[in-house]
Design a protein around this ligand. Structure first.
Ligand code: IPE
Ligand code: IPE
Ligand code: MG
Length: 254
């Protein structure tokens, strides 16, 4: 039954447009999935309905990214600042990974997707950690798309933790302060074994980073849309990729 649903959705995903350049897809796409609450409000629904609907978009875009040959897809699901929201909403959001994985894990495995989690475990309910750990361990050997959930993630905390580790190594004589370079810093971040995002997408019309991957996005291309996350489809995603393909990445050179 579940497999049939996935197959049905897979079949309904719009194919890659003919205009899309072969061989120039971003290796790593990071997405700030925003606008669930406003999407729901617009329809007179509770915010939770927006989060629920946004889960379907996660699946849709995962399939679309996999089909394009994108290797890493990082999805910002919950920030270290999102704890400020009302408890009922936080509790609901914390149940979503479990719900998503209960329905999708088998198919993610069947599609060779590797699930990862990027963020702090502090304060996460045990059911959330358990669901994610199960998904991470069951998909660890998969070699397809890496689906990296940024959950309880905050870039400043990530950088501070990295700096603390580096400082300790210097204090303990394991590292010379002179040798601290970009590679040392990158190797202490949660993204130590994945490349920096080539493309950042943010939905819902907000033009800010909201504490997301501040170090890693130094030279990423940005693409924003007014579309709310629950109504974001593979067509918007393809548009973002095609825009990316037309950009000249100069990295400060000519
Ligand atoms: C994004 O949608 C999901 C999370 C931040 C968890 P929002 O919940 O931020 O929706 P808006 O921005 O209030 O519309
Ligand atoms: C950023 O969205 C966090 C996630 C998408 C998980 P927010 O909705 O929390 O960001 P702000 O508060 O508008 O900056
Ligand atoms: Mg928001």
């Amino acid at each position: 039954m579940i497999k049939r649903l996935w197959a049905k959705l897979s079949g309904s995903i719009a194919p890659k447009p003919a205009s899309m350049e072969e061989g120039n897809v971003p290796t790593h796409v990071a997405i700030i999935m925003d606008g669930n609450g406003r999407w729901a409000k617009k329809r007179g629904l509770p915010r939770m309905a927006g989060h629920h609907s946004g889960m379907k978009t996660v699946k849709r875009i995962t399939i679309a990214a996999d089909r394009l040959g994108i290797k890493y897809l990082t999805m910002y699901a919950f920030s270290t600042e999102n704890w400020k929201r009302p408890k009922a909403e936080v509790d609901f959001l914390m149940k979503l990974p479990q719900q998503f994985l209960e329905i999708e894990l088998d198919e993610l495995i069947a599609n060779n997707v590797q699930v990862r989690m990027m963020g702090s475990r502090d304060n996460l309910p045990s059911h959330t950690i358990h669901a994610l750990e199960e998904a991470v361990s069951k998909t660890a050997g998969n070699t397809g798309l890496v689906l990296n959930f940024a959950l309880n993630y905050g870039s400043r905390i990530e950088m501070l933790d990295a700096i603390k580790h580096i400082a300790l190594d210097v204090k303990n004589g394991k590292l010379d302060a002179e040798d601290i370079d970009e590679d040392v810093m990158s190797s202490r971040l949660l993204t130590c074994d994945i490349p920096d995002p080539d493309l950042l997408i943010r939905t819902s019309g907000e033009l800010r980073l909201s504490n997301f991957m501040l170090w890693q996005l130094a030279y990423s291309e940005f693409w924003f849309t007014d579309v709310y996350w629950p109504e974001f489809t593979e067509k918007h995603f393809h548009e973002a990729i095609e825009t990316y393909q037309r950009r000249a990445r100069r990295y400060g050179g000519l």
